[in-house]
Design a protein around this ligand. Structure first.
Ligand SMILES: Nc1ncnc2c1ncn2[C@@H]1O[C@H](COP(=O)(O)OP(=O)(O)OP(=O)(O)O)[C@@H](O)[C@H]1O
Length: 242
């Protein structure tokens, strides 16, 4: 595996005749978690799709590059907002789908281990239709975590989970993805305050840096600085949409 690179995105994005965001500059530090927040529809998922070089329905003018100058293609693991599980495969088969699509041997032992860690050990032979929404999201998380890629893009990966499970999955993701360059889209100020080495607030005009707590992630849920960051961030976001 190559070392996790820093990534820069500079430019503007237009949908039809309307500029959605930019010109802006986003820097993702190497080997760190960046949490991206912003109002619904501002273009957070679009930024992930641009980094992935997937279709967006719009036009991007600018550049996206890894600091090491190497292509990002084949170095990214992605968890989309919808789970994208294949309905005819079991949970275990969905977890190793990436290897299967690449024609590589599947690491079933690691897949089973990760499924146990996300609480789906007893459900690995079921199809997605037999799972709840939160269980499907955890299956999609296991599929993203099993890919040993230096860059990881997560689009609201914990949004369907109950509070306790969400905290557990944040801790698991922080452990498994330690040292990788991670971009996490979230609407949750508590999540960003807990997980972010860097917190970015996206608006149509710019991406601004919100100062995270001075301690290293992952931070304790009851850490006073983390709670203060969460409260201040929420107040700011509420002010933005009023
Ligand atoms: N494939 C597409 N074709 C055309 N327009 C699209 C497409 N995908 C997204 N859009 C539009 O692009 C804009 C930004 O969408 P995007 O999903 O990036 O926002 P977001 O900030 O992630 O929103 P949310 O927080 O609600 O998930 C929205 O106006 C959306 O309707």
């Amino acid at each position: 595996m190559t070392l996790p690179p820093a990534i820069t995105l500079q430019g503007s994005f237009t949908l039809g005749d309307t500029r959605l965001f930019g010109p802006l500059s986003v820097q993702l530090p190497a080997g760190q978690w960046t949490c991206l927040l912003g109002p619904s529809g501002v273009g957070k998922s679009t930024i992930l799709r641009l980094i992935l070089d997937l279709s967006t329905g719009g036009q991007f003018e600018g550049k996206i590059q890894a600091e090491d100058g190497q292509p990002l293609r084949d170095r990214i693991s992605y968890m989309a907002q919808s789970d994208l599980l294949l309905p005819w495969l079991t949970v275990l088969e969905n977890t190793v789908l990436g290897a299967r699509l690449r024609g590589e041997p599947a690491d079933l032992e690691r897949a089973r281990h990760l499924l146990a860690r996300v609480g789906l050990g007893a459900h690995q032979d079921k199809t997605p239709a037999a799972l709840s929404g939160g269980m499907r999201q955890r299956a999609a998380l296991a599929r993203a975590l099993i890919e040993d890629r230096p860059v990881v893009l997560l689009d609201e990966p914990f949004s369907a989970l109950d509070a306790g499970t969400r905290a557990d999955m944040q801790e698991l993701a922080a452990e498994v993805l330690q040292g990788k360059t991670v971009l996490l889209v979230t609407h949750d100020p508590a999540e960003a305050s807990r997980l972010g080495h860097q917190i970015l607030l996206l608006s149509p005009a710019e991406a601004t840096i919100w100062t995270p707590p001075s301690t290293a992630p992952i931070r304790a849920l009851d850490d006073p600085d983390t709670l203060a960051c969460q409260a201040a961030l929420l107040a700011h976001l509420r002010g933005q949409i009023r």
